[in-house]
Design a protein around this ligand. Structure first.
Ligand code: KG4
Ligand code: ZN
Length: 340
């Protein structure tokens, strides 16, 4: 089926972004995301509100993706949707819509693992983007996930390290909350960190064996540190915000880099591809680029719109599954937790 011209509509609704994309083979024709701002006032994602917002957004978002791509639904060859992992109420909105549309158009239905999609996002065909070759290591860092995956082939993936508690994005967001910054605080920590001294305050790294991560102890450490400093000086946060953010970002980057070095040493693979919302972090991007010259690594950082939650990445897995005729029946179920 390699030479066939394939149009795929992809739908992503695993958390708090309603997204739809249209792909022509491995090229993205449209990639539409509706962010749910409602969660900002609660300081985190409220599952019940997320599924309601998906209900409101899904039709306009899919409509916009088709229009932007200039593709009529009758031209579609398959519908791909996120099967999991994610919030059940959110996943069900996307999967129900995908099933109904695939049934009415009488075209194949393709279920996609969201984490698999974050990794294969590197295979979206973009001018000037050099794709990793197999095998490579994927570092997936977002608000919900932190994993190091050994990717041997499109459908041969092995998790070799993951968080035992909080995800990296939570470490950023929870630290930001302690500092009184709004949700999601990751981008703000990044912004202030650029103006601060990363060595101003030191935090200790968690001791986690092998390639696994832990971030909940770091959050507690930051909380106690800030409480103590604010007791001594109520203006401590305002007076030191840039340095605090730079120091928090620095320790998080050191934790990630230590595990990457270990993963490279134990696998002998030195191609690192990053994905997930946290890979937008300027400090992480800079450190990885520097590692190319410093350690001879080859690093892959996709376009920003393909690293945060999006449907184009669901579409690229959909395309690979289409080529290998990996289709689902209408009985397929959404899964809050799912393996590769
Ligand atoms: O992949 P994503 O959009 O959604 C999922 O969690 O799946 O990732 C969102 C996470 C949030 O925790 C957010 O604070 C973090 O990515 N994030 C950042 C930056 N931009 C987004 N963290 C640090 N620095 C950034 N520049
Ligand atoms: Zn994600």
């Amino acid at each position: 089926m390699q030479n066939k011209s394939v149009f795929i509509l992809a739908i992503e609704s695993s958390c708090d972004d309603t997204a739809a994309a249209v792909l022509h083979n491995d090229k993205v024709l449209s990639n539409v995301v509706a962010n749910q701002l409602i969660h900002q006032q609660y300081g985190g994602v409220i599952p019940e509100l997320a599924s309601r917002a998906h209900q409101q957004n899904i039709v306009p978002v899919i409509d916009a993706a088709l229009k932007k791509a200039g593709v009529k639904k009758e031209q579609l060859n398959a519908i791909a949707f996120t099967q999991g992992p994610g919030l059940m109420g959110s996943l069900l909105v996307g999967s129900s819509f995908a099933k109904s549309l695939a049934m009415s158009l009488q075209i194949p239905l393709i279920a996609v693992n969201h984490m698999h999609a974050h990794i294969l996002a590197h295979y979206i065909d973009e001018d000037g983007y050099d794709k990793p070759t197999f095998p490579f290591l994927a570092l997936t860092i977002s608000g919900g996930h932190t994993q190091i995956v050994k990717v041997n082939a499109f459908f041969d993936l092995e998790i070799i390290g993951e968080t035992t508690d909080d995800a990296v994005g939570e470490a950023f967001d929870k630290s930001a909350k302690i500092l009184g910054l709004p949700y999601p605080g990751g981008p703000l920590i990044d912004k202030y960190a650029q103006l601060g001294n990363p060595k101003a305050f030191s935090f200790t790294k968690p001791k986690v064996p092998n390639l696994d991560f832990s971030f909940s102890g770091l959050k507690t450490q930051i909380l106690y540190f800030i409480q103590k400093k604010v007791d001594e000086n109520p203006n401590f946060i305002d007076e030191n915000l840039n340095d605090i953010c730079a120091s928090i970002q620095n320790i998080i980057i050191e934790i990630l880099m230590d595990k990457l070095k270990l993963a490279i040493a134990s696998t002998g693979i030195n191609q690192i591809a990053i994905g997930g919302g946290v890979s937008a972090n300027s400090g992480i991007r800079k450190t990885l680029k520097e590692a190319e010259a410093k350690y001879g690594w080859k690093t892959f950082v996709p376009k920003f719109e393909y690293t945060t939650d999006n449907a184009a990445m669901i579409g690229i897995v959909g395309y690979q599954k289409y080529l290998s005729e990996h289709f689902e029946t209408q009985n397929v179920i959404s899964k809050a937790r799912i393996e590769f």
